[in-house]
Ligand binder design. Sequence first.
Ligand code: ZN
Length: 435
Amino acid sequence: MPVPDDKINLFQQLINEFVKGNLNLSQKTLYEKPEDGGLGLFELNTFLNSQKCAWLKRARGLNELWKLRIYSKSMGNVLNVRTADFDRDVEPVIFGIVNAYQVFFYKYTETIGYKNSFMYRNEKLTFSINSREFLTRDFFSRIFFTENRLKILDLRVRDFLEGDKIKSHLRFTQTSGIPVNGLQYGRLCGMVKTGEKKFGSRKILLDRNIESFFNFEKGSRKFRRIITRKWGDSIPHNLVKFSSNTETIINSKNGKFLNGIWNKPFFSGEMRTFFFKLHQNRLGYNYIVSKFIRGLSENCTFCEITFNPEHSRDTPLHIFWDCATVSSVVDRYFIWLLTGTNEQNPSRQEFFVNFERPNEFLNKTLSLTSKLVVFYIWQSKLRKSTPNPELLKIFTLSELRTYSILNAEIGEAVRKSGLPRLRLLGADLLNLELQ
Ligand SMILES: [Zn+2]
């Protein structure tokens, strides 16, 4: 039975506080998947809504009063219900179940599942791409609607299709028993084509119809997967800012890579927090912190230490790339790392985002190494010391060695990167040593 909203909020708050500590994050950031820029936190409400969908599944039995109540206000099928037909104040529990199901039903319609969806009063199925108009009673004359009511309520996109092709008008009226005229038929076919254009490429495991989607034994995972599913290839909000901060270009593919970095289990907790904050633009740069702390300079820590007369603001682009102190260390480091190859030192784009050179293993290794360099620079800043080329070598080699041992994929990338400096780090050597 339903848990009161204030209890859910309290539980959720406890989970959130525990996870995010003193980081001030938006709800969106908490629940979104890591690749989309979030923490991928478990969302209680989504879970409970999926459970409610499972309740509706049970309602198909019609052997108890509450099930009959849902059925009586449905459009002839408990899976064809709309919240508009239920009163939240009169029957809050049933309303909650129907409401959760409607969220699922519309999400389901916005996938290849549109073919199985009910067309009548389904706001996701519109007559054309740019229209919001969907199939309602107004589409039919009053007499026509009364005479064909049950068939219209049960009408599904699939009823228009034979394989992937749209049926002829005649064939449709024969098979569905709904004698629509030619004009109406044309408009209904427009709905079918619009559905294909909008949702046809959004593949999910498709059952033959929505009823069989509900024919599984137990649990609610199947609902959750649909409810939380996101479509589209947009760039995560946090990376739009990160790319402008670092003057780089981030597309959806390397965006997923950047946002997924903090979630790699082989990094230490400290590094994971750092990468999360880096790509969320939440590191304590002097130029931001100085607005809140009186007397703190907004200038780059390294420029202050080295008495650089230019006094540059400590922005991400400056402190990790443009700063004269940093760039000379980074340059020397990569010259050393790439010794024995014909490879050029990284560009800004490669350094901050990822490498896209011919050798995939080299790309993987260098992308990872660049992240370690960024982390090392930040550590130096926190210690108020300038980056040291020798310490940087030791740090990156020891980290890469650890990851190579812990993670077979990285081990392979390092081994096949063609970097002589890393030759001794691969897992093969480990095996040799152990023998
Ligand atoms: Zn500087």
